[in-house]
Design a protein around this ligand. Structure first.
Ligand code: ADP
Ligand code: MG
Length: 393
């Protein structure tokens, strides 16, 4: 029989792995009744041909912002269809669609798929004019959700959309509603006051989940994701405790469970145990650290690289002086101007705060203080992350 490489029905552990992914929208959302109602209140007016309300939604990663909005949009969509309303909800992830042109093209594709609009070549004004024309022609009210709104390149689109009616670009009987979502609680400070006022200064904050709530989220999904009796009893409480201890991140909790399942499957284990979760936890944290390392500025990379070089040579922890010396040599070798010793010391503290290295302060009596610098993250992986951008040797 021919082997079907896409078939996963013969998995020993998973029944339906997809329900653990971030795209899945569950039928029931745990501990988010109030948040669902808040969003419903924003969009409900469209059901009686009234103006939707604009708002900003904040909360840390994994607090359910995206899933709550998608859940409400899905229910709204059903209502719109049932009542034959001329309303279109549009969900835009600003990580993917960041510029005015990209966003307008995306909106037009959603509301008028029959019209093909070039992705470049027009002046911005022409894109807007096209959009207004189509909305007016179709008499559509639209509700646009900007997820990860802090990734948007140009905030002016928010202003133009929210003032389209007032500026008489669109007819009086139609509306444009805007909901922005962000993990960045300080995003509002980066916005122009005119734009904040377009949101009616309305904003909501999603609180982090506690361990019990995460447990419940995990239980519901695990029942669908895994075959019966696969999870050791302590596995869900452990995932929940680990995630609650960070910041109540449901996404990380689900990811832990999924990766643990993957590891167990690779080992051909019959059950998923605490050990698999520990493994998964380390794996996810390492990936996080690697991502952080890749995004460090060059000077921090040089300091980190020096720490790695030195710790390969000696078993004991390092002092700021030793790291500084190695770092200066490295700068010299690759012709980059080195920072002062206090500059290097500041970068060392920063790397410590990020959890990439350990740099506890050690009191040496009358000789003052120094740091005990060491690294217990996988140095090989960190080194290759640094070297993927630069070649120092
Ligand atoms: P955010 O957008 O705030 O970062 P998400 O909405 O992407 O978080 O949620 C992360 C993951 O956790 C998703 O897989 C989502 O389905 C799940 N999740 C979050 N909140 C809940 C909840 N209240 N009930 C069930 N699943 C949830
Ligand atoms: Mg999200």
């Amino acid at each position: 029989m021919e082997l079907d490489i896409f078939d996963n029905t013969n998995s020993e552990l998973f029944r339906n792995r997809y329900v653990l992914s971030a795209d899945y929208i569950p039928e029931h959302l745990v501990a988010r009744d109030q948040e669902i109602q808040d969003i419903v209140n924003l969009v409900r007016p469209v059901l009686s041909h009234d103006a939707p309300k604009n708002a900003l939604v904040f909360g840390k990663t994994g607090t359910g912002k995206t899933v709550v909005i998608k859940y409400v949009i899905k229910k709204l969509y059903d209502k719109i269809k049932k009542n034959k309303l001329n309303v279109v909800p549009i969900f835009i992830n600003c990580k993917e669609f960041r510029t005015v042109t990209q966003i307008i093209v995306r909106i037009i594709n959603d509301i008028a798929p029959e019209i093909s609009i070039p992705h470049s070549g027009f002046a911005t004004g022409e894109y807007y004019n096209n959009l207004w024309e189509i909305i007016n022609q179709k008499g559509l009210t639209i509700i646009i959700v900007f997820d990860e709104i802090d990734q948007l390149k140009d905030h002016n689109i928010l202003y133009s959309l929210s003032r389209a009616r007032e500026n008489m670009h669109i007819n009086n009987n139609i509306f444009i509603g805007i909901i922005g979502i962000s993990n960045d609680l300080f995003f509002i400070e980066k916005l122009d006051p005119r734009i904040i006022s377009s949101f009616g200064s309305r904003s909501f904050v999603f609180p982090p989940y506690n361990a019990d709530q995460i447990s419940e989220i995990l239980k519901n999904r695990a029942n669908m994701a895994f075959k019966n009796g696969i999870l050791a009893e302590s596995v869900i409480p452990m995932c929940a405790a680990l995630s609650a201890q960070e910041h109540g991140d449901a996404r990380k909790a689900l990811m832990l469970l999924e990766i643990a399942g993957e590891i167990a499957e690779r080992e051909q284990a019959q059950t998923i145990t605490e050990n698999h979760i520990k493994h998964a936890y380390d794996k996810i944290n390492t990936e996080c650290i690697i991502e952080m390392v890749k995004s460090l500025p060059i000077q921090s990379k040089l300091v980190l690289y020096s720490v790695i070089k030195l710790s390969k040579r000696s078993k004991s922890s390092l002092t700021t002086g030793e790291v500084n010396l190695e770092y200066c040599e490295l700068c010299n070798k690759i012709n980059i101007k080195n920072l002062s010793r206090s500059g290097v010391s500041a970068l060392i503290s920063e790397l410590d705060l990020m959890g990439i290295i350990n740099a506890s302060i050690h009191n040496r009596g009358r000789y003052g203080t120094t740091r005990n610098i060491s690294i217990n993250n996988p140095t090989e992986k960190i080194e290759s992350a640094i070297l993927s951008d630069y070649h120092f040797d």
